[in-house]
Ligand binder design. Structure first.
Ligand code: FAD
Length: 398
């Protein structure tokens, strides 16, 4: 199909081809709104970047309604149980049967991104890979612009009516004047060694192991790839963990001796994720609108990041459509107010999950206090039906 946008810009300029930018771009094209996506990395890189995997029912609804759900409906797997292990034993929560009665769809983020790229190009979209943006400006005026760099590094200017900053945590869009937005941030002082292992899931459900040596987690990704997490010291070099040290520690914290062995396999990827959260308020500055991780980072403890990115993209696409088709600027003006309560709910739950899964190791009185709180929280989740329903609503909802 013919590219729709002109050489020097488009009505909506989107920075970043992650879930937020790609969902937004696809929904705008479906609404007949001319847009352009500029992405720093290569197509191969973004289509291989393994991150999230658990999609909430609302996320699936948005994707399916936007004609973006064929892959996840064909290959995604329903998941409605999570298991908690601690020194007291193991219990399963069938959250798909609790609360709103909704399950997750497990569909790796890189497969979703691959589908979204293909669909955007199929719809005639202009997607420029290998094109970093170094500057965004003119946001107070009618014609905001950005400076992009082509394959040889030559800078060129793109102009539009709006800019959507979907360039993630380290992008340029969120570098706003200090008085433009209020930032709320928490560094949780906890880090995870995030591992992708070439092996089928060893366990039938997401499994969270609470251990005094630190948290460990098991999450299915595909029939042949499993994600494991191991809490590690902040600042750890991922290369300092040998394969044998990883499996020894996973066996110990997952209590393999008691509950059965894990399936070992080659470690395909290892990275250290520092658990951090931040929220920008408002998610807008002049004609720039932020979505996804660009607007706020959420710790991966409750698997909310990609889901919030998709939901914000839907809200923003609807607001752009109202402004451009109906000359109704109100939904754009309310964009932050619409998204932020949802974001804060997810932040609160993710923060609660951090307290459920971690506590300091030390033998000082504060560490002992926090460990006892963690154990009480876990016991309440095991025994209290109202707590279980509330957990289910928050765990799968966005
Ligand atoms: P991104 O996916 O980061 O996309 C931003 C894009 O912008 C990137 O492609 C980047 O290359 C591009 N970009 C950046 N700067 C520029 C620039 N200057 N110019 C042009 N392009 C630029 N979330 C969940 O919901 N569930 C999970 O289970 C989960 N697990 C995770 C596990 C790990 C290890 C990590 C790291 C994250 C996880 N997340 C999870 C979070 C989730 O992956 C992110 O929240 C999600 O990717 C956010 O999407 P986004 O489109 O906002 O940003």
């Amino acid at each position: 199909m013919k590219k729709r946008s002109s050489a020097d810009g488009a009505t909506v300029l989107i920075v970043g081809a992650g879930p937020a930018g790609l969902v937004l771009g696809n929904l705008l094209l479906a609404a007949g709104i001319d847009c352009l996506i500029v992405e720093r990395s290569s197509r191969e890189h973004v289509e291989r970047r393994a991150r999230a995997g658990f999609l909430a029912a609302d996320t699936v609804r948005v994707l399916v309604a936007g004609g973006l759900g064929a892959g996840l409906l064909a290959r995604g797997r329903q998941h409605g149980t999570c298991v908690f292990r601690s020194e007291r034993g193991e219990f399963a929560l069938h959250y798909g049967d609790l609360g709103r009665g909704e399950a997750h769809t497990v569909y790796p983020q890189q497969e979703l991104v691959t589908d979204l790229v293909a669909e955007f190009l199929h719809r005639g979209g202009d997607l420029r890979f290998g094109t970093p943006v170094s500057e965004v400006g003119g946001l107070d005026g009618e014609r905001p612009w950005l400076v992009a760099h082509g394959a040889d590094g030559t800078p060129y200017r793109l102009t539009g009516r709006y800019v959507a900053g979907c360039d993630g945590r380290h992008g340029v869009s969120r570098r706003l004047p200090a008085d433009a937005v209020r930032s709320h941030r928490r560094r949780h002082g906890v880090s995870w060694l995030a591992l992708l292992v070439e092996t089928p899931p060893a366990l039938p459900a997401v499994t969270y192991a609470v251990h005094d040596r630190g948290f460990a987690g098991h999450m299915a990704r595909t029939p042949s790839v499993t994600r494991y997490y191991l809490q590690c010291e902040p600042g750890t070099d991922p290369g300092s963990w040998s394969d044998s040290a990883i499996w020894e520690e996973l066996d110990l914290r997952m209590r393999a001796e008691r509950f059965g062995p894990l399936r070992r396999g080659p470690v395909l990827e290892r990275a250290v994720v520092d658990l951090e959260s931040d929220v920008l308020d408002p998610m807008q500055y002049g004609r720039l609108f932020l979505a996804g991780d660009a607007a706020g980072l959420i710790s991966p403890s409750a698997a909310k990041g990609a889901n919030l990115a998709v939901m914000a993209a839907e809200t923003l696409a609807q607001a752009f459509a109202a402004a451009l088709h109906l000359r109704d600027e109100e939904p754009l003006a309310r964009y932050s107010a619409t998204c932020l309560p949802r974001i804060w709910r997810a932040q609160e739950f993710s923060h609660w999950m951090i307290g459920l899964l971690h506590a300091p190791r030390g033998d000082d009185e504060e560490s002992r206090f926090l460990r006892a709180l963690r154990d009480s929280r876990l016991e309440n989740l095991r025994t209290s039906p109202p707590q279980q329903h509330s957990f289910a609503d928050n765990y799968v909802g966005v």
